[in-house]
Design a protein around this ligand. Structure first.
Ligand code: URA
Length: 433
């Protein structure tokens, strides 16, 4: 067997068998197959797709490429939550301390930003001192001790996915359903939870641009979950505009703290209560979804969720003085308003374009080795359906480079589409699968 034959098979629209996929995954992970050969195969998969059997084989081979954790010592049911990616998506940061404050253990590995989407690990690292790269034994001990640990994907967790994922980003092959399904599920299987709740984002700021594709992706991931004996629930959420108001690493940490202090934007509240209610259900704590939503809001109101977040940050080496007083976070040098050119109602606020501007300001990476600028980003002041008058502030750009800040202001002005007619709010939860 050789990689040229495997590339030719997929290039010609044929099916790859288990040996082909095993050969590709093991030989690419150990460096025998080059990046350009892997890029050719990934592009052929992107163009010609994969059937169910191929997707399952790719998922299992990528999961097996590194350690498979056993978290059964933590609890009978360990739940993992993962988002397919978005802009301003700080749901994991807000929801996981709430879940832990309800006595449900949270052992979660998160990723870094990819393309125009942000990553939980980059956001956590905006908290001075917070360590995301701790040993697996410490990760498990932390969960046993305080009920929660949030870290980055360890080097040997699905290393094949790590390599293929980074390659896909450089050759514009992220948005492929079989590749997304196998990437997410390989990590979830390797990370050891037996119950999985997936936030499948839909819209301009998501990889799935429409609901039909999101349903197809959800069904694919559920089926893989079933084969691997991992109960999986998918919640489809709207990503046509960014989630909440903040986009950028430190800015999103500050919004997370505000939410945990009870100041929650409506879209975030709907997403955390819906996803959270399924997490509580899968944990075996309560089947009543409406009751579960109330429990979530209650633990925000009574301060237990905020206290759990403080405990998490402290336990991972972070400086909690920043959480208690967000003024301590370093701010960008230039904070520039974006002013409305006319009166009307916000009709469109393309999340992908906002995400790309945030990357251009330095909040994300153009290349995987780039450093990110934690302070920069965008604070939205108006969202879809809001009424605006000429001269109102639509958003604030937080920039360290004045020229880039000015460019961002001009671009954001055009991203806000303003209509004379009233605009209805979009639905936030688009389905449960
Ligand atoms: N998130 C992942 O983990 N993998 C993808 O391919 C896309 C989003």
């Amino acid at each position: 067997m050789n990689i040229q034959e495997i590339i030719a098979k997929k290039r010609d629209g044929k099916e790859l068998n288990q040996e082909d996929i095993n050969y590709f995954v093991t030989k690419y992970t150990d460096g025998t197959i080059t990046d350009y050969q892997a890029a050719a195969l990934v592009m052929a998969i992107y163009i010609n797709g994969m059937n169910k059997e191929e997707i399952t084989n790719l998922t299992l081979e990528m999961a097996k490429s590194g350690d498979i954790l056993d978290l059964s010592q933590i609890s009978k049911n360990v739940i993992d939550k993962h988002s397919t990616g978005g802009v301003g998506d700080k749901i994991t940061l807000i929801l996981t301390p709430i879940i832990a404050s309800l006595g449900i253990p949270v052992a979660k590995m998160s990723g870094r930003g990819l393309g125009f989407t942000g990553g939980t690990v980059d956001k956590l690292e905006s908290i001075p001192g917070y360590k995301t790269d701790i040993q697996i034994s410490d990760f498990i001990d932390n969960v046993k001790k305080i009920g929660i640990s949030l870290i980055g994907q360890t080097a040997n967790l699905a290393p094949a996915d790590k390599k293929i994922y980074a390659l896909r980003d450089t050759i514009n092959c992220v948005g492929s359903m079989p590749l997304i399904a196998s990437s997410i599920m390989s990590k979830k299987i390797a990370a050891g939870a037996n119950k999985i709740v997936l936030d499948v984002t839909v819209g301009s700021g998501a990889f799935m641009k429409n609901k039909q594709d999101a349903i197809k992706l959800s069904n694919m991931m559920k089926e893989i979950g079933k084969l691997a004996d991992r109960e999986t629930v998918c919640v489809l959420t709207n990503m046509d505009e960014p989630v909440g108001y903040a986009v950028g690493n430190t800015l999103e940490i500050i919004e997370t703290i505000e939410c945990l202090n009870g100041n929650i934007p409506k879209d975030i509240e709907e997403i955390i209560t819906t996803i959270g209610s399924y997490i509580i259900k899968l944990s075996g704590k309560s089947d009543d979804l409406e009751e579960n939503k109330k429990m979530i809001l209650q633990n925000i109101e009574n301060g237990k969720a905020y206290n759990k977040f403080l405990e998490l940050v402290q336990n991972q080496g972070g400086d909690i003085e920043y959480i208690k007083n967000v003024e301590k976070f370093e701010k960008a040098k230039h904070i520039m308003p974006v002013i409305a050119k006319k009166e009307g109602y916000i009709q469109e606020l393309n999340a992908e374009k906002i995400g790309m501007i945030s990357v251009m300001l330095g909040a994300g990476r153009m290349k995987k080795e780039d450093n990110i600028d934690k302070a920069v980003g965008i604070i939205l002041n108006k969202k879809i359906s809001n009424k605006v008058k000429k001269g109102d502030i639509l958003a604030y750009v937080h920039a360290n480079d004045e020229q880039k800040g000015k460019e961002a202001v001009e671009e954001i002005k055009n991203i806000y589409k303003i209509s004379e007619m009233e605009v209805e709010k979009e639905e936030i939860i688009l389905g449960i699968i």
